[in-house]
Design a protein around this ligand. Structure first.
Ligand SMILES: Cc1cc2nc3c(=O)[nH]c(=O)nc-3n(C[C@H](O)[C@H](O)[C@H](O)COP(=O)(O)OP(=O)(O)OC[C@H]3O[C@@H](n4cnc5c(N)ncnc54)[C@H](O)[C@@H]3O)c2cc1C
Ligand code: SF4
Ligand code: SF4
Length: 618
């Protein structure tokens, strides 16, 4: 009977699997893991004879450290990035930005409020009135090109002295240095399906099965994923990582902590003409357009490359939310377009941000494992900064691991709490998290309330904030709004054979995009630019609809509208069709589902998957 129960709970455990033993197994290679592995390898390189670095898994050998990354190369990450680089510079005190392609020192920061020159965005009455005043006062207030540059920006928003980076180039640069050391093996194209649990302890990582059907059932060439057993498992799998979520499910979250705030970040990398006046290190933050809820950015890299992007948040109640078409309208705003219009789209990308910060912080460590980076709640939503915080939590864990190795102590919850957690809780990352914890409280009541709440929290160092009850992400989507519009959009979609979300924006009055095949290209063409989306055959579908009946009755179909790769499309039976080959692994479908079976989570399970977008410039 007991054996039967175990079999039901974890059937895969009964399968014969290849297995290896290592000392440290790591899930995901982003900035957080870069910080961790840099700290570890640097200490080893300085003193390779140190007996603390002797492997227990393979006696006589140095520590066996294996890191598994889902995407096909280390430069496939997606981010902005503008960063104060406080933690990164502490790790590389002599950092020469010119060593990392696409890196520039920040020299000019601006915040722009963008008016709506089209009249299609959903602005509140108060915002429309405010816009009218701005237009009337015009040049007196400094309104130019339908934009108002804020005369003063609070210190908490400033990133100087800092860097504009490409996360892809940065990850590649860091990865190469780590691998040069010879201590760590990094395996791209290797998704980790789950942690190996023993009760609430973690004993390693299980790689995803290969040679399986989309449903996960064995097919010809079946290769069960390998079990990688380790003394310490380091989890740095980012905002939507399957390993992180499995641990949350197994051990629960600290009381009062939940992950309910999200955003999709989508960006273009554009090569601008030689005579462009944009100087490397220029940083613009925007708000107000294409919708009031959508914040945007323009960062200038060397060699005439510009990153320009938007964030579509979960608190945008509209079920017709989308990324790609809005980004096309964003770059055509009169304040940006003169700088971009003669440019060429080099690449694009999209990824979710876990925006709950401190409120979404899980247990940071447990027996045999530790959590770092965005999935450990490190992203600071007051300053809009995630890379440096993720990096620094990795460094802090690296230092803790060195301390425990040198003391010959095991990686128990108690020892990790006394080292890693103590150091993290006493650091600038935690102070920032505390200040940012309630900084976004007002946004669920609209943009103006949100900005007021953010200013209150920012200027008071987090001491003051607005109160808020943040509903689960699926309840932030307004149901059944504007059904007439939905019908018009659906008709337009049928008539023109275009995706529903695209038709909805047209039905709402947004002008059609004048494709030029160079900068303004169709969503499908974008999938082939700057690298391409790839999906190795033989892996199971990583997007799974939990309760198909819920999908059938679902009117909003927000998962389809928000899908960054058009990998989710309408199907005749009402359950969205999923094409793995078009999925960019942005994770937006996970939190953009309008229905819920359990009242808290959406109706989609987002598992570990291989492939995704290939671009070294994001
Ligand atoms: C468009 C955009 C703009 C942004 N702009 C900025 C900015 O200007 N400044 C800033 O500081 N931050 C910015 N951020 C946020 C920043 O990118 C993140 O906070 C940061 O990347 C988090 O680092 P991380 O290492 O925790 O996670 P990630 O960078 O997400 O890395 C996690 C890695 O784990 C891998 N992974 C996930 N699951 C698995 C699995 N099951 N098996 C194996 N590997 C797995 C992923 O492929 C990924 O490579 C932006 C984000 C986006 C999307
Ligand atoms: S996944 Fe969610 S949003 Fe998508 S169709 Fe199903 S219930 Fe609706
Ligand atoms: S299906 Fe893929 S591309 Fe579409 S929203 Fe989900 S993760 Fe993003």
């Amino acid at each position: 009977m007991i054996a039967d129960l175990q079999l039901q709970e974890e059937p895969a455990l009964e399968m014969e699997r290849p297995s290896i033993e290592v000392d440290i197994a790591c899930a995901g290679f982003g900035p957080a893991m870069g910080g961790f592995l840099t700290t570890l390898t640097r200490a080893w390189s300085e003193n390779p004879g140190d007996p603390s670095f002797e492997s227990r898994a393979v006696p006589g050998m140095p520590l066996q450290v294996f890191c598994y990354e889902r995407s096909d190369n280390l430069s496939a990450g997606v981010s902005g990035v503008v960063t104060r680089a406080r933690g990164i510079r502490a790790s590389f005190p002599n950092l020469n930005p010119a060593e990392i392609p696409m890196t520039a020192e920040i020299h000019d920061e601006r915040v722009l409020y963008l008016l709506d020159p089209i009249g299609a965005s959903r602005r509140s009455v108060a915002l429309r009135l405010g816009d009218r005043v701005l237009r009337a006062a015009g040049s007196l207030l400094g309104v130019r090109d339908d934009a108002l540059e804020l005369p003063w920006t609070p210190a908490f928003l400033h990133k100087r002295p800092g860097l504009v980076l490409s996360i892809g180039q940065f990850n590649e640069w860091v990865g190469a240095r780590i691998m040069e050391s010879g201590l760590v093996q990094i395996w791209p194209g290797t998704p980790v399906s789950a942690p190996i649990f023993s009760g609430k302890a973690v004993e390693g990582l299980r790689q995803a099965d290969q040679g399986v059907k989309p449903t996960g059932e064995p097919d010809s060439g079946f290769m069960p994923g390998m079990d990688v057993r380790a003394r310490l498992t380091v989890v740095g799998d980012g905002p939507v990582g399957a390993v992180s979520r499995a641990i949350d499910e197994r051990v629960g979250m600290p009381e009062g902590h939940e992950r309910r705030e999200w955003a999709l970040g989508m960006k273009f990398v554009i090569e601008v003409p030689e005579d462009s006046p944009l100087k490397p290190g220029t940083v613009w933050h925007t708000f107000g357009f294409p919708e009031p809820e959508i914040f945007g950015f323009l960062y200038v890299h060397p060699e005439r490359l510009v990153s320009v992007g938007i964030f579509v948040p979960s608190w945008m109640g509209d079920p017709q939310r989308t990324g790609y078409r809005y980004l096309q309208h964003f770059i055509q705003h009169p304040a940006l377009w003169p700088y971009l219009k003669d440019g060429t789209l080099r690449s694009w990308g999209a990824k979710s941000l876990e925006e709950s910060g401190k409120r979404g912080e899980p247990f940071l460590s447990g027996d045999g494992y530790a959590r770092i980076g965005e999935s450990s709640g490190s992203t600071n939503m007051l300053t809009g900064s995630g890379v440096d915080e993720a990096w620094t939590t990795g460094v802090q864990l690296g230092e803790a691991v060195l301390e425990l190795l040198r003391a010959g102590k095991p990686f128990t919850k108690e020892n990790l709490a006394a080292t890693y957690e103590t150091q993290r809780l006493a650091s600038w990352v935690e102070r920032g998290e505390q200040q940012a914890a309630n900084a976004r409280n007002g946004f669920h009541g609209g943009l103006l309330r949100g900005l007021a709440g953010m200013a209150l929290a920012g200027l008071s160092g987090g001491k003051l904030s607005l109160g808020a009850h943040i509903p689960p992400a699926h309840r932030q989507i307004r149901r059944g709004s504007d059904s007439g519009l939905k019908e018009r959009g659906a008709l337009l979609a049928i008539e023109t054979g275009r995706p529903l979300h695209d038709a909805m924006l047209s039905a709402r009055g947004w002008p059609e995009i004048a494709f030029d095949g160079r900068l303004l290209v169709t969503h499908q063409d974008a999938l082939l630019m700057g690298g391409k989306v790839q999906a190795m055959p033989g892996f199971a579908d990583h997007v799974v609809f939990l309760d198909k009946e819920l999908c059938i009755v679902c009117v909003e179909k927000t998962c389809i509208a928000m899908c960054s790769g058009q990998a989710l499309t309408q199907s005749a039976d009402g359950v969205p069709a999923f094409e793995r080959e078009k999925c960019v692994h942005c994770g937006a479908c996970l939190w953009n589902c309008a229905q819920s079976g359990d009242g808290e989570h959406g109706n989609i399970e987002f598992r570990a998957g291989a492939g995704g977008l290939h671009s070294a410039e994001n």
